[in-house]
Design a protein around this ligand. Sequence first.
Ligand code: SAM
Length: 181
Amino acid sequence: MISERFDPGERIVLAQESCLKFLEGIPDSTFQLIVTSPPYNLGKEYEKRLKLEHYLGEEKAVIRECVRTLKPGGNICWQIGNYVEDGSIVPLDAALFPVFSGLGLKMRNRIIWHFEHGLHCSRRFSGRYETICWFTKGDDYVFHLDPVRVPQKYPGKRYFKGPKAGQHSCNPLGKNPGDPR
Ligand SMILES: C[S@@+](CC[C@H](N)C(=O)[O-])C[C@H]1O[C@@H](n2cnc3c(N)ncnc32)[C@H](O)[C@@H]1O
């Protein structure tokens, strides 16, 4: 069942409205995880291009509501790219970092999403990455590393001498995948 209105008893809610309006109707400390890729103020079909300060002010209002509705120990993943004006770029994650940290969140990773598609630039290198900024509300947060481990460069490698000779020299479940994806 998919509901159009938030209710704590619903499993899936698909609300087609402004996210700010939606969030304002949500009680404090409701969500465990918030994942979003908001508009980048580029004038795409789903947004109106605004003066940068105005855009950042609107984002700040949404972020404030996200932090209010996040549970203690919850996570926010904010996927964002660059705002571009006359060939000059503004990294939006850098512009928004003070908003998240000013609301008390702690950044755990700035994950680089690298891709090969997109516009080709002639007076600068073509933009080929965006970032996913992962913040937590407090230090007692949920993070399960084991399910996302990847194979080691040399799987099954063991110490060949010393007191640990014969033991695995790396985690047999795989290695931490790192922050570029
Ligand atoms: C950068 S796109 C994200 C695209 C999406 N992550 C994907 O991969 O298809 C931004 C999305 O935010 C939506 N959006 C823009 N302003 C919004 C608002 N005020 N409330 C809710 N959604 C909004 C747009 O319709 C668009 O789907």
